[in-house]
Design a protein around this ligand. Structure first.
Ligand code: SAM
Length: 208
């Protein structure tokens, strides 16, 4: 059997979390209120997980491609697409840190709670930039800088993001009109058994 990662194991239970569902709904609402979404838009969700965010946005978009590096998540995605009868959604197992995806270009790329898991942020942002048409939109929802307690010990990803630094990185990768604000507060019992709150921001930008 292939090695299962954390997300393969969590995939079938992911949508049982009220917080996961609520977070995606709130972020979808915020994206809708900031970006002029239309049925002409071809969108990419990166690190889609079970597609909670995309399922909230699908009626406002033309086509949605959802990619994720977890086989378990992509299996759940394919089942959800089949069950929903959607003909404008598809899923694929891809990790943009390791491989390119050049099959199509998009007018919108969005992510929710994914970038802090991405080691090579520069590479992935470069790929987003190449995958977007000029004038296309980027929407990134993720954690503000935190003390590491969100994931606890042993986590090798980013402890959230400094929005100023992230904005500078986007600028470097050809984005303009960069804007952000806080959109959702995660209330969580951390591994050291403390109740803590973690703020999620939404950063939007336009591909030059
Ligand atoms: C915290 S979950 C968020 C899932 C979904 N976006 C949501 O908000 O419900 C992070 C997701 O990113 C995926 N992921 C992590 N690193 C990735 C990478 N390098 N490339 C693609 N997907 C990745 C995981 O498999 C997982 O599905």
């Amino acid at each position: 059997m292939q090695h299962m990662n954390e997300f393969d194991i969590k995939a079938t239970e992911w949508d049982n979390s009220v917080m996961h569902r609520e977070r995606a709904k709130v972020v979808a609402h915020e994206i809708l209120s900031r970006l002029p979404l239309t049925k002409n838009i071809k969108a990419l969700e990166y690190g889609a997980g079970t597609g909670l965010l995309s399922f909230n946005l699908r009626e406002y978009l033309g086509e949605i491609t959802m990619i994720d590096s977890s086989r378990g998540m992509v299996n759940v995605l394919n089942e959800k697409i089949r069950n929903s009868g959607s003909d404008n959604m598809k899923a694929a197992m891809i990790n943009l840190e390791k491989e390119d995806y050049t099959a199509e270009k998009f007018n919108l790329v969005y992510t929710l709670m994914v970038l802090h898991h991405v080691s090579d942020l520069d590479r992935v942002l470069d790929r987003f930039s190449n995958m977007l048409m000029p004038g296309g939109y980027l929407a990134l929802a993720d954690l503000h800088s935190e003390d590491g307690s969100f994931h606890g010990e042993g986590f090798s990803g980013h402890k959230g993001f400094d929005t100023g630094r992230l904005a500078a990185l986007l600028k470097k990768h050809g984005f303009t009109d960069i804007d952000h604000s806080d959109v959702y507060l995660i209330d969580k019992i951390t591994a050291d058994n403390n109740r803590k709150q973690f703020q999620v921001f939404l950063m939007t930008a336009v591909r030059k």
